[in-house]
Design a protein around this ligand. Structure first.
Ligand code: GLP
Length: 260
């Protein structure tokens, strides 16, 4: 796991966007795992800038969502598919039919989960998976207690996550209780995991995920099982890390030929 501590959210977004930009350059027909929430917003903005500057094209790429709320109408502003469209897809040349999300509008959500897993396999797997982290350590919407080998399925949100996300809704009651999310094993199948976290509120879950025990109580601790992880965090999010000095030293001495 590579932990990259940067000054602020702008710098974090630049690094994450640079990883996706490089992927698009080396593998134009790549599969990008897209996250929602506020953490990846700067990353998307940087990618849009790179596209507008003519440095990248998304024409051959696919985007796959990590998760989606269950029970919101398809045109609801908080649908994650809509979020990804507004933040990224509408501003670049990624074909709309290349944007994929679990089908939360069907009656058979278990079957929708299986179909999403099959789709990810058909696409050849996810090349780079962008991730945020919840204050309770969730990735995607895998709440504490999620099976470490879980696949795409329905989950019930914790009260903490619903309270965190209430800022995007009219009130707490409007926040859905159920979601569909890629499982922890699904996320772990991506070839490169890139987790972005900024602000002091992310310090406890980052410390637990990076340096705590591997446990379903902190779903993001599955990062420790993965051979290629980049955790990009600002100083505030790094403030709970015991080995921060080592991560800084490692990054400062990173060989020039070594990519993220
Ligand atoms: C949300 C999303 C996650 C996201 C996390 C953190 O509920 N399902 O994918 O990473 O919570 O959100 P934010 O980046 O806004 O702090």
């Amino acid at each position: 796991m590579e932990v990259v501590i940067v000054a602020d959210a702008e710098a974090a977004g630049a690094i994450a966007a640079g990883i996706v930009e490089r992927l698009l350059g080396t593998k134009p027909a790549c599969v990008i795992g897209v996250a929602t929430g506020s953490s990846p917003v700067i990353t998307y903005r940087r990618l849009v800038e790179a596209f507008c500057a003519g440095r990248i094209t998304f024409a051959g790429a696919h985007a796959v969502l990590l998760d989606e709320y269950v029970g919101l109408p398809a045109d609801h502003p908080q649908r994650y598919r809509r979020f990804v469209h507004e933040q990224l897809v509408e501003h670049v040349d990624l074909p709309v039919e290349h944007v994929h999300a679990p089908d939360v509008d069907t009656q058979d959500l278990a079957e929708a989960g299986r179909r999403y897993e099959a789709l990810l396999t058909e696409l050849g797997g996810v090349d780079v998976q962008l991730l945020g982290i919840g204050s309770d350590g969730h990735v995607g919407f895998n709440e504490p207690g999620s099976s470490l080998r879980s696949r795409t399925r329905i989950k019930t949100l914790t009260a903490a996550t619903r309270a965190d996300n209430a800022r995007f809704f009219a009130n707490l009651d409007a926040v859905p209780r159920h979601v569909m999310t890629q499982g922890l094993a699904t996320i772990g199948d991506a070839r490169h995991l890139v987790l972005i976290a900024c602000g002091v509120g992310k310090a406890p879950p980052i410390a637990a995920a990076v340096e705590g025990p591997l446990t379903a109580s902190c779903p993001a601790s599955i990062l420790q099982l993965h051979p290629h992880v980049t955790v990009v965090i600002d100083e505030a999010a790094a403030s709970g890390l015991t080995h921060a000095a080592y991560y800084r030293e490692t990054h400062a001495g990173k060989p020039s030929w070594q990519h993220y």
